[in-house]
Design a protein. Structure first.
Length: 319
């Protein structure tokens, strides 16, 4: 079990790094770009599309997995509609990018259109959720089914969209590196929690919810996530600033960022544990005997991504 977990975890990290490398390559300037002309901006070729596509696919698959999970508790969310709305929430930042990027490749930044489009899409999603349940012509647990449908696309689509929003804090290669920095920091918290809890854990953190979560594991998550964020910051400044600009945080802020990612990752894990306990299952799916389902892998990034976006926009500006 431990070997399989380490192996699969390593493969997932390698796949994540490979995705970011592809995104960086596609987001860089072409040979025909006017990079040598003073004041000219390089053409953005893919606009981070690899990251968007992967997040959309994961969101759709997770929506169906969560829908099946809720079925076990007697809820009947409109899974097709929830997956469609969730995917749309993830794609909206990419649509905004196309609007904000002029034909010559210059970048004018995210506008208020992002929020208005998200609010409009959510409104349509809620209306559609109600209609999808009403067409069944049954009133028994109608409210529960509507609420379950809305929860699926809000939990998965809205929260996952912040990974894409992080990607578009910079439309070029630097945005891809921000995503990698964010996700690896979150996952370092998961790794620290797992190994510290496995070998040193003695005091349950929330025995009524997740008996295997320990205080020692939580401390391990905080230490490893904060340590990773802190170590990467000076390396980024020394080795990567020429290609990707300066790191998003100074060292003290990076430590705070790592702690924040560990805390939010734990909260995400707890939230998913509550859902699984309510429906009476150990894992959200059978994608892996070590990790469980896709939701068991995405639970911490889903909760941590909005906090990461906030830190990279608000906290980073206060440097």
């Amino acid at each position: 079990m431990l070997f399989e977990r380490v192996l699969l975890g390593s493969l997932m990290i390698a796949a994540m790094v490979g995705l970011i490398i592809l995104d960086v390559w596609l987001s860089g300037p072409t040979l025909s770009d006017p990079v040598a002309v003073p004041g000219a901006s390089p053409t953005i070729r893919s606009n981070g599309l690899p990251v968007v596509v992967v997040v959309v696919v994961l969101t759709i698959v997770a929506a169906y997995e969560l829908g099946k999970l809720l079925n076990r508790a007697g809820y009947r969310p409109a899974k097709h509609w929830a997956a469609f709305v969730a995917a749309g929430l993830v794609v909206i930042p990419w649509i905004v990018l196309q609007h904000a990027t002029r034909a010559n490749g210059a970048w004018s930044g995210l506008s208020d259109l992002s929020l208005s489009m998200t609010a409009f899409w959510l409104a349509g999603g809620i209306i559609g959720a109600a209609l999808a349940v009403l067409v069944r012509q049954k009133t028994e647990q109608a409210f529960a089914h509507m609420a379950a449908t809305i929860f699926v696309f809000m939990y998965l689509g809205l929260l996952a969209s912040f990974l894409v929003r992080i990607r578009y804090l910079d439309p070029g290669p630097a945005g891809a590196i921000l995503v990698l920095y964010c996700v690896l920091t979150i996952k370092m918290g998961d790794i620290g929690a797992y190994f510290t809890g496995r070998f040193l854990g003695k005091h349950p953190l929330a025995p009524w919810l997740s008996p295997k979560k320990t205080v020692e594991g939580f401390v391990g998550a905080v230490v490893l996530a904060a340590g990773f964020a802190a170590v990467v910051t000076p390396l980024w400044a020394a080795k990567g600033s020429a290609a990707f600009g300066s790191p998003p945080f100074k060292l003290p802020q990076a430590i705070v960022f790592g702690i924040l990612m560990a805390v939010m990752g734990h909260l995400g894990d707890f939230a998913e544990s509550a859902i699984k306990r309510d429906v009476g299952v150990k894992h959200s799916g059978a994608a892996s005997s070590s990790f469980g389902g896709l939701l068991d892998i995405l639970d911490s990034p889903l909760f941590a991504a909005p906090a990461a976006w906030w830190a990279m926009t608000i906290l980073a500006e206060a440097r």
